[in-house]
Design a protein around this ligand. Structure first.
Ligand code: BGC
Length: 767
């Protein structure tokens, strides 16, 4: 059940009524500063509606309620099977004019049940309300249409990023949109475009990793997949929602919704590009960061929500708050002494829609604020126009806005399942393979063990049929766990003993006894799925029980193959030397075990690469694009950066050789392009997929340069014993960084390019 209890936990805030934030818009002001205007659109239908709407109706359009509010039963305790309470629905739609609903009442539904719930809400909205404006329904379809039974569950975003193949994620997004629309839902609160800069953050797995370019490319692909190319969005697609603008993942402690201190230069260089790219790609909506940056809650920041989002980035779509975030301005952030003042702050700061979502306080107070003259009706028009435009773009004003379940015959199709498996196969990352212990022979005697070996729950992670994803009753038992997939290939040569739970080694003896009959032990360790506040941790180290279990298995003298299935990179330094092979599976979804088994037995050549730096120690969480000073060690050498595995690392079963880099010029002048080519050879008998990553290093710059930054990547398939050429084009803008004036700065000088182990250099000359 999605019970958002943290809203009532008051966080002691060190800044009350803080005005010291030098916001992003102040240093780099957009021409319109922090103002927005009520300018009529060219759409007669929308302007006609706005001209007829009362203040109450306008506020209603800006209100988003939880499904529970109109269900039979109590909020978070709906009566099963969930159904609509007509009196509550009438109250919501006829008295409060609510324009949007979200969420499921605690767990997924069948498509038919979704149609009956949303169909009833939509029927009343479009036939019984005065202006007959349809509602728009929003859902978190995070790794597939996870709140619709029978849908295809894909690997979580972090695994998708490890494929370095955004074209596949675009296809996954198309499937997700289709299967979401099949349930009558047209707005998806996805993708997460937050850049993972703290490995302990509970939503690490929801991101595309630590690099802004990877997040941008995957973000754009996913937005395109969700929304399609048609305008209005056709009935196979949904509106995307970029989350969570801006800086949500940057909390200092890594704990969810705790303060972030982000200098504007990093905000622009690290956290902003993925949102900018998705806005340029046409993302229709954005959700706001629940947290605070430099003492200012983002929901109260005009600098970020108007100055930056509207006037600088030119975002035209709908900005929705996150869950209870106006309440949080009062209760948790304590920048407003009442919910009414919090409402004032957030609306003035620029939100369009409030995910209230469990009471009518927002509507009540906003109506009062307009009637008191503190907020103008014209201000409401700006948001209402965006919301109605979105509804129109989604085709919701058409009679056929909710095609029947039968209109989606490919729901959960074999092709979609195959795609999910293919993505898992390209994501799973081989981190160690001592003496080529992998791939296994099908005749090998294998013991499969560990808490993640037989758990669809751990395989799928949070946002799986429920918010936290831990209610195993909703697992689709027809899908394979790791143990089951391995048995499907290895047959009677494979045995299973769980041996250890996430936190206890109580059954270790049984596993150790079983290991006597095996040559290989595949030990699958993991983490309890979680997200948001329930996923906060105090220590990134893998639980002791699991570490001890591996050490005990090592004592058997058998080959140990470690498989990690986890929300974030738990520290495993203590056991790395005890393992002959290590594979990171991320949270690969319902078809991930099949992909993993194929990799273990060599039917698939692994090709995933880390989209983040895997840390070795709690106190050495340094990103790949760190500064030179971060490499200085105690002996004044340059060995301080010692991650467990670096960003972009991942092995295959092939010997892949990068030949030397070729540049088409050694000096880049002004607006020209420099073409960078490299030949990559596969010196093995099996085909390989290789993610080719191009890094750039600015030797000297007026702001301390990063040691390297990813500038482009491409995944190529190379046949057995053959080679492939890859060419990248670098342009002037790729050489830039955010300068002291907070603008893109490009300075003349020497640059180094790194691809694989290869390096080449060129000079950039201004014009
Ligand atoms: C999360 C969002 C999510 C929303 C709606 C919030 O608590 O932070 O990512 O979209 O709930 O479920």
């Amino acid at each position: 059940m999605k019970v958002k209890f943290f809203s009532i936990i008051a966080i002691a805030l060190f800044v009350y009524g803080c005005t010291s934030f030098t916001g992003i818009g102040t240093t780099n002001p957009a021409p319109m500063g922090n103002t927005q205007e009520d300018i009529k659109s060219g759409d007669a239908q929308i302007e006609n509606l706005i001209s007829q709407m009362t203040i109450e109706e306008k506020v209603g359009q800006m209100t988003q309620m939880n499904l529970d509010v109109v269900g039979v039963g109590d909020i978070y305790k709906l009566v099963e099977p969930h159904r609509i309470d007509t009196a509550k629905l009438h109250n919501a739609l006829l008295n409060w004019h609510v324009g949007s609903f979200l969420n499921c009442g605690g767990h997924a539904y069948s498509r038919e049940q979704w149609h009956s719930l949303i169909g009833e809400i939509q029927r009343v909205a479009t036939t019984e309300t005065r202006l007959k404006i349809p509602i728009v329904y929003g859902i978190d379809a995070i790794h597939g249409a996870n709140y619709v039974f029978g849908s295809t569950l894909f690997p979580q975003q972090i695994g998708q990023a490890a494929t370095f193949n955004p074209a596949m994620s675009k296809k996954a997004a198309e499937v997700t949109a289709y299967e979401t629309r099949a349930a009558g839902i047209s707005w998806n609160f996805s993708p997460v475009l937050d850049v993972a800069r703290h490995p302990a953050w509970s939503r690490f797995f929801e991101t595309y990793g630590e690099d802004p370019l990877v997040c941008s490319k995957f973000g754009v692909a996913t937005v395109q997949g969700y929304q399609g190319n048609a305008t209005p969005v056709d009935s196979l697609h949904v509106a995307a929602c970029m989350k969570h603008f801006l800086g949500y993942s940057g909390a200092r402690t890594g704990k969810d919704r705790t303060p972030a201190y982000i200098p504007e230069i990093s905000l622009r260089e690290i956290y902003l590009p993925s949102f900018k790219a998705a806005i340029d790609a046409g993302a229709m909506t954005v959700m706001i960061n629940s947290g605070e940056i430099n003492g200012k809650p983002v929901h109260a920041s005009k600098d970020i929500l108007i100055g930056l989002l509207r006037n600088e980035l030119k975002f035209k779509g709908v900005a929705v708050t996150d869950w209870e975030d106006i309440i949080k301005l009062h209760m948790n952030h304590r920048v407003a002494p009442s919910i009414k003042e919090a409402t004032f702050l957030a609306v003035e700061a620029g939100i369009d829609m409030c995910m209230v979502p469990n009471d009518y306080d927002f509507s009540k107070y906003l109506i009062e604020l307009v009637k008191e003259g503190r907020i103008t009706e014209s201000r409401l028009n700006i948001s209402v126009r965006r919301i109605l435009e979105m509804k129109k773009a989604l085709g919701l004003f058409d009679h056929n806005a909710m095609p029947s379940v039968q209109a989606y015959p490919n729901f959960g199709s074999t092709a979609s399942q195959q795609l999910a498996k293919d993505i898992a196969a390209e994501s799973i990352t081989l981190l160690k393979n001592e003496n080529k212990v992998l791939p296994l022979n099908t005749s090998a005697k294998v013991l499969v063990t560990g808490p993640a070996a037989n758990s669809l729950t751990i395989q799928n992670g949070a946002w799986t049929r429920t918010w936290q994803g831990v209610d195993a009753q909703y697992n689709d038992e027809s899908k394979n766990t790791i143990m089951e997939s391995i048995k499907l290939i290895g047959g009677s040569n494979v045995s299973f003993e769980e041996g250890c739970t996430l936190y206890e080694t109580s059954n270790a003896a049984a596993a150790i006894a079983a290991a006597a009959n095996a040559e290989y032990i595949v030990v699958c360790l993991g983490e309890k799925p979680s997200t948001e506040k329930p996923g906060d941790i105090d220590d990134l180290t893998m639980p002791k029980a699991q570490l001890d279990f591996v050490k005990a298995l090592k004592q058997t003298g058998k080959k140990v193959i470690l498989v990690l299935v986890q929300n974030r990179p738990q520290l495993v330094n203590e056991i790395v030397n005890d393992c002959d092979a290590i594979i990171l599976a991320y949270e690969p979804g319902d078809y991930g075990a099949d992909a993993l088994a194929d990799i273990l037995y060599g039917k698939i050549n692994p090709s995933g690469k880390l989209p983040f730096t895997y840390p070795r120690h709690n106190q050495s969480m340094i990103w790949y694009d760190h500064k030179y000073t971060e490499t200085l060690d105690q002996n004044f050498g340059n060995n301080a950066f010692q991650p467990q595995w670096p960003f972009g690392f991942g092995l295959s079963y092939s010997e892949v050789v990068y030949e030397s880099i070729r540049l088409d010029r050694d000096t880049l002048v002004g607006p020209n392009i420099i073409n960078v080519s490299i030949t990559i050879s596969n010196r093995s008998d099996r085909a390989v997929k290789e993610s080719v990553l191009l890094f750039l290093s600015d030797r000297y710059a007026s702001m301390t340069p990063a040691v390297r930054k990813l500038k482009d990547f491409e995944k190529v398939e190379i046949g057995p014993n053959s080679s492939k050429n890859v060419t990248f084009s670098l342009r002037r803008a790729d050489l830039g960084f955010i300068g002291e004036d907070m603008k893109l700065t490009i300075e003349p000088g020497d640059f180094d390019i790194f691809i694989g182990e290869r390096k080449a250099s060129f000079y950039y000359k201004n014009y």
